[in-house]
Design a protein around this ligand. Structure first.
Ligand code: ADE
Length: 252
C-alpha cells in the first residue's frame, strides 16, 4: 500500500509522533533518516526535513517521487499571527503562501507582483489551497473535536482548551520575531500563523498532484518575545499538532 508521507522540521516535532509509531524501519536517503512503519493504523513514511523551504521541498520530493507517498502531512509548530489566537492553539492550513517571495527594493518589500507567472507555466496565483473535498472531510473530522487544555504551569497562559482554526499559513525562510512584521503578514495575507516550510511542501505536492495537509500548534506569537517563547513552548505544544494528525489521518 502507498504510504502517507509525514514531514516534521525539527526533532521535537518528530518526537511528538514517534511514540505512536509501530513497526519502525529506518534507512537513509539524501542525508536524512526515513522512518517507515504504521502510525494511527496507516502505513507512513516519516522524515525530519530540517528547517526552511529548501529542506522541506527536497524532503517532500523524496517522499513523493522516491517513496510514492499518496499525500503529505506536515506537523509541527508555528508562530501565531492572528491576534485572536494564543500559544497552544492550532492552525490547519486551508491556504498556504510563501510570504518571502517577491520584489525587494530600497523602499521595502513588495510581495508577489513579479513580471512572470510565479511558480511555473500556467500557475499565476501564489497561494496553494486545499482541494474542496479534502477541506470538507477535514472540517467534518474536526467538528466537535476538542483538544485537552495545556498544563497552565507549562504554557503560563490561560488554561482554556486550544482553539483549532482552519485558515491561512504563511511560510518563509525567516523566523518572525517582530511585531511590525507580524502585523504586515496579517494585513497582506490574512495569515493566521507563520512557519518556515508548509507552502514549499504545498508547491511540491501540487506538482505531484497530491494534497499537502499542514498542521501547526503555536509555540509563540511572532512578536518581539517569539524567540524566547519558542524555546520555552516548542516541546509543550508539539504534541497538540500530533493529536490533530491522529484525528485527521483516517480522512486523508
Ligand atoms: N515557527 C515557530 N515560530 C515561528 C516564528 N515566529 N517564525 C517562523 N517560524 C516559526
Amino acid at each position: 500500500r502507498i504510504p502517507l508521507g509525514i514531514i516534521c522540521a525539527m526533532p521535537e516535532e518528530i518526537a511528538a509522533l514517534l511514540g505512536d509509531m509501530t513497526g519502525i524501519e529506518r534507512r537513509e536517503l539524501a542525508g536524512r533518516e526515513v522512518l517507515t512503519g504504521q502510525l494511527f493504523g496507516r502505513p507512513v513514511a516519516m522524515i525530519e526535513s530540517g528547517i526552511g523551504k529548501v529542506a522541506a521541498a527536497m524532503t517532500a520530493t523524496l517522499l513523493l517521487d522516491g517513496l510514492r507517498c499518496r499525500a503529505i502531512v506536515m506537523s509541527g509548530v508555528a508562530g501565531g499571527i492572528d491576534p485572536a489566537l494564543a500559544i497552544g492553539d492550532l492552525v490547519v492550513a486551508q491556504r498556504l503562501i510563501q510570504h518571502d517571495y517577491g520584489r525587494l527594493q530600497a523602499g521595502g518589500f513588495t510581495p508577489f507582483r513579479p513580471a512572470v507567472p510565479p511558480f511555473g507555466p500556467g500557475r499565476n496565483d501564489y497561494a496553494f489551497e486545499l482541494p474542496d473535498g479534502m477541506l470538507t472531510r477535514i472540517h467534518a473530522a474536526l467538528d466537535g473535536f476538542t483538544l485537552p487544555s495545556l498544563p497552565t504551569d507549562l504554557v503560563g497562559v490561560d488554561a482554556r482548551a486550544p482553539v483549532i482554526k482552519v485558515g491561512t499559513i504563511v511560510s518563509g525562510d525567516q523566523f518572525i520575531n517582530d511585531e511590525d512584521v507580524r502585523g504586515r503578514l496579517q494585513r497582506e495575507f490574512g495569515a493566521h500563523a507563520c512557519e518556515m516550510e508548509g507552502a514549499a511542501v504545498a508547491q511540491v505536492a501540487e506538482a505531484f498532484g497530491v494534497p499537502a495537509i499542514v498542521i501547526r500548534s503555536l509555540s509563540d506569537l511572532a512578536g518581539s518575545d517569539s524567540h524566547l517563547d519558542f524555546g520555552k513552548f516548542v516541546t509543550a505544544v508539539a504534541p497538540t499538532a500530533a493529536k490533530v494528525v491522529e484525528r485527521l489521518v483516517p480522512v486523508l
